[in-house]
Design a protein around this ligand. Sequence first.
Ligand SMILES: C/C=C/C(=O)SCCNC(=O)CCNC(=O)[C@H](O)C(C)(C)COP(=O)(O)OP(=O)(O)OC[C@H]1O[C@@H](n2cnc3c(N)ncnc32)[C@H](O)[C@@H]1OP(=O)(O)O
Length: 650
Amino acid sequence: MNTGDANLRRDLRDALLSAAAVADLDGVVIESSGRHFYAGSDISELDHPIEEPQLTAVITLIEAMPVPVVASINGFALGGGLELALACDARIGDTSAIVGFPEVTLGIIPGAGGTVRAGRLIGPASAIDLVGSGRRVDAREAKELGILDRVVEPRRLRDTAIEYASTMGTKRRVRDLPVPAFDPAVIEDAAQRAATRARPNVLEAIAMVRRGLTLGPDEALLEERTIFDRLRRTDEAANLRYLFFAKRTAVRSLRASTSERRIDRIAVAGAGTMGAAVARLLNACGFSVIVFDLNTTALERVGATSAIVTTDQLQDLADSDVVIDAIFEDMQVKRQFFTDLEPLVSDEAIFASNTSYLDLDQIASVLNRPERFAGFHFFNPADRNPLIEVVRTASSSAETIEVLAGLALKLGKTAIPARVGDGFVANRVYADYRCQVEFLMEEGANPEEIDAAMRDFGLPIGPFAVGDMSGLDIAWARRKRLAATRDPLQRYVVVPDTLCELGRFGKKTGAGWYSYADDAARGTPDPQVVAIIDAARAEKGITPRAIAARDIQLRVLGSMVCAAAVVLRAGVAERASDIDIALTEGFGFPRWLGGPLRYFSSFKDDDVVRVLKAVFESDPIVFAIAAPALLGEVPQDIRVALDAVRAPNR
Ligand SMILES: C/C=C/C(=O)SCCNC(=O)CCNC(=O)[C@H](O)C(C)(C)COP(=O)(O)OP(=O)(O)OC[C@H]1O[C@@H](n2cnc3c(N)ncnc32)[C@H](O)[C@@H]1OP(=O)(O)O
């Protein structure tokens, strides 16, 4: 991987010093003997004071070399890796090269000259785009932008780099390039675009690129390093690093070995919205996809939009390596599907179900080889939402889990492990969040106040607006299903049922929590909904009270933390950090807070107790886990979860 830790920097320094001592030297090439040029600085090092020699010192050496230094780039050159390359006099990439500045996604800005040199090499507008977005750029685009001087086939990389280094003759330091002519209006426009809803570090990154245009290089480099050093110590940056490693831990736990089973053909059963989105994603990621559905009208909709094979004949799935069930949520239909499928396919084929709520063990029980089966739970919209839960049944084999986790990675997803349990991890925690916002509404906060409070907290969109977008009828069907088994003492808010009874299913019917008559995109508060809520409050004898935005946020947070403790206790989630991944990746919980558990772990015990007490008082049945808070104690399950994700003292 070549993560730039102190050892790598020391080796680079020593190699440069010994090269400088060689007589009759024409040039120097820096290449990687691994799969990647340099994956950026070692992210774990950013938790501590950075050891000498720092990357900036290595870069100073490169620029001071009497001869041209050429970066020969294969694979990733990210962050500090790209900064190292920008300190060289030329950059040759092979076709696998991918460059970028992921620093902003880690709560920091480039700290070894990235903003300053990128502004000079590729112009300020492109630099703002790259530094401000953190996006990765392939070899072709890197050449177009002027980051790479040449792109060659991998087998020609070394020779081309050596030829460059030996014939360049004079150095061409990026820092000495004149600032390219630029139109201030274009820069302003690029900065505005990059700054949309941006975090403070993104704004600082953009501002630094702009200041680098007017300051001399020495002054600009020093200023950039100072900002980098300040930002790397912030909670926000530490939380983002926590999530980086949490994701890798989750993947490692799913994949015991790194052996790759070859998967080419994947079948998707069910041509509904979810099945179609999964098929599109698989197709975009290079798999050969066949979609099966008995409903030929649904198949036509899928077939018409892409190069995916469709069929209503089950035997056409016979040569599939993996079959993913995205059939509507009906236990009998799914069991029948797998019963009929199993005799047709090879013994090695892997089966997965995308069910959100059905008991996977019950589906598995119809199979002769239940070990080949597991849950593979996508989130809406499946082709864009990054989260996948890989759900182990009582009989899933390690190999099945491994194959599905490998597939998730190939789809660019973040995978977490889960076990069978109502709603698995993410939906289970989100369900308690949904309940809690309905309680808050019943107590006096209106939907738009709650949505605004949650947007202020950092969610991209409030819970009521989300409900209107995804359709209130889906949750209604589930509530009706669960009505028979609901504890009569459990607090229940009828308002969403009343909305559905009136045909207010959300955006698709023009009305839900909001009315979409005047503003079809965002909706407006609706007096009819206010009246329904008032009536529901009156029915229960509740006098509405004003609830501060912070109290709304804390109750929601507390309810998620309680639900997290429940899924951990039940073994449905494997580790606390997986829940933080589930909520940040799947439901837009602000990444910079690290997820609900990580954020709550920064609270003092007194505050934890206060929040949990309020959550418990809102519904003792659901949140029984918070009961010890009434005695002034942090519940043991919650303490364990918070300790597991708390930041080490820095
Ligand atoms: C002043 C300068 C500042 C900076 O440079 S900030 C750091 C900027 N760099 C990054 O943000 C890049 C982080 N790395 C990645 O995004 C990915 O990795 C890659 C795209 C490079 C490769 O992805 P894939 O091929 O899927 O490998 P994998 O499983 O992510 O990584 C393999 C192992 O390498 C570790 N690792 C990768 N990059 C870093 C890093 N920059 N610092 C510390 N560790 C890193 C991972 O954790 C993991 O380790 P395990 O196998 O034990 O889980």
